[in-house]
Design a protein around this ligand. Structure first.
Ligand code: ADP
Length: 477
């Protein structure tokens, strides 16, 4: 059944359909955003016929996997997690090379993916049913949780291994079969994850990989499954929702954010600057949980901007895999163009942009200086649209009440943070923020793998991901 041991640097990485590694109908050549002359790998693109074959295979495998012992599911996920940890440096290097995160960030993401697999391995062993006494004498009622069936998993490029892991692991742990389509920009990490899970002993057809383009096979992914779990842009998410609901599939969407970090006069300045720096420029700002608006009260505003600017301009921007690099490149040319467009809009609307220039490096990559836009108004474009790059803005406010109103004044609602030494302000913010996840004195972008993840308003749709709550989406009562 084609369990390949390894694949050469010039081979085309195949798709996995029904337990067989199969060639595609076209090839996706993946390049390194730090150095576009470096070809990371070649990946088979699946077409519509192959996508349908993947669903047929997942459908055929569904009842066998639903009846598999929880011990089997536990062992496969746990062993795959161990294998990922064993290979973390190699997989981290691949991730940094194809996506552009720095090496420490990339290795961190790989380890996180392994931990997610292990968490859900444990979840496979936790009984989730209930036995109720009936109102009828001598009768008991069993409430059981069963797999949903065949699940489509569609993922974006910014977390090439962690996001696939946090959807695939609970889907498999709770007995579903999967058709997985990673983003075209980062097939390499996804391929390794599938290869490792397959190698850990998944039965044929339980996990299928189709590395096709969204425009070619997206509609098949969203109209052929019992459940669709998607992370990506708002625009695509809306399309996914319409298509999946047309076939009555359950849907889970994680989309954008426009996450505020509130800094109050009584804040510890060091903590505020550190939260801002990590939240806005970590992973080159390419995180849906990134801090992109700093909402700062007047008494600390100037000092905060001064210290943050100093630290931001000192960040070493360079090749993701070079020693000493603190911020890698932007993922590709179209994302770079989008970031530069927003820098231009911010300059036109608000006047002062610090940083934000295109940077030359010895290699041909997508390097952008981190940017801070100061003196903005809440209604400016830079405070409304998600940029998805190393570009953040500052809004000065007069009071905590105004800060709360500005922070909540967004159509999104994924994360929000506050830096303060006032317990009253922190508690009030936690209660009245309209974001799904609220951080106090920690960056908006650090989210534990064993707790539920998700937003409110325009950021998310459907049940929460991750943690124990992932069971809601991936089982039916
Ligand atoms: P991002 O640019 O953050 O990756 P996108 O929303 O463009 O966000 O893409 C997220 C995922 O959705 C990718 O895997 C992409 O291929 C996929 N996709 C694109 N178009 C469609 C579609 N019409 N239906 C389903 N998935 C799609």
């Amino acid at each position: 059944h084609g369990r390949r041991e390894s694949i050469g640097p010039d081979d085309v990485h195949p798709n996995l359909i029904g337990g067989a590694w199969v060639e595609g109908t076209d090839v996706n050549t993946n390049v390194n955003p730090s150095d576009t002359s470096d070809v990371v790998g070649r990946y088979a693109l699946a077409d519509a016929v192959q996508a349908r074959e993947a669903f047929a295979a997942a459908r055929a495998a569904a009842s066998g996997w639903a009846e598999a012992s929880p011990l089997v599911r536990f062992e496969i996920l746990d062993n795959a997690g161990s294998e990922i940890i064993r290979r973390k440096d190699e997989l981290g290097d691949l991730l940094a090379r194809e996506e552009g995160k720095t090496l420490p960030e990339a290795v961190g993401e790989v380890v996180r993916a392994a931990h997610i697999l292990k968490f859900h391995a444990g979840q496979a062993l936790r009984p989730a049913g209930q036995l109720l006494d009936s109102i009828r004498p001598g009768v008991e009622v069993a409430v059981t949780r069963e797999p949903v069936g065949v699940v489509s998993i569609i993922t974006p490029w910014n977390f090439p291994i962690a996001i696939p892991a946090w959807k695939i692991a609970p889907a498999l742990a709770y007995g579903n079969t999967v058709v997985f389509k990673p983003a075209e920009l980062v097939p390499g990490s996804a391929w390794e994850l599938v290869h490792i899970l397959h190698g850990a002993g998944l039965p044929d057809g339980v996990l299928n990989l189709v590395m096709g383009r969204g425009r070619d096979i997206g509609d098949i992914l969203t109209s052929s499954a019992d459940a669709v779990s998607f992370t990506g842009s708002v625009q695509t998410g809306e399309r996914v929702l319409a298509s999946a609901q047309g076939s009555r599939a359950r849907v889970q969407l994680e989309m954008g954010g426009k996450n505020p970090l509130v800094v109050l006069d009584d804040a510890d300045l060091g903590i505020a600057v550190e939260c801002a720096l990590q939240g806005a420029y970590g992973s080159t700002g390419q995180r849906c949980t990134a801090s992109s608006r700093f909402v700062v009260t007047a008494g600390i505003h100037d000092l905060f901007v001064e210290r943050l600017t100093e630290r931001m301009l000192a960040l070493q921007v360079g090749d993701a895999r070079a020693t000493g690099t603190q911020m890698g490149p932007v993922v590709d040319s179209s994302q770079l163009a989008q970031d530069e467009r927003y820098v231009g809009i911010a300059r036109d609307e608000s006047g002062t942009v610090i940083g934000g220039r295109r940077l030359e490096r010895p290699t041909d990559g997508f390097y952008l200086e981190p940017a801070l836009v100061v003196g903005t108004r809440p209604e400016d474009t830079i405070n409304r649209d998600e940029v998805f790059g190393p570009v953040a803005s500052v809004v000065q406010v007069a009071s905590y009440d105004e800060a709360l109103a500005v922070a909540n004044g967004t159509e999104f609602g994924l994360t929000a943070g506050i830096v303060t030494t006032s317990l009253a302000a922190a508690t009030d913010f936690r209660r009245r923020s309209t974001a799904g996840m609220v951080m106090v004195n920690v960056p908006t972008a650090g989210v534990d793998f064993h707790v539920p993840f998700g937003g409110r308003q325009g950021s998310s749709y459907g049940p929460r991901e991750q943690g124990e709550q992932a069971r809601e989406f991936f089982t039916t009562v």
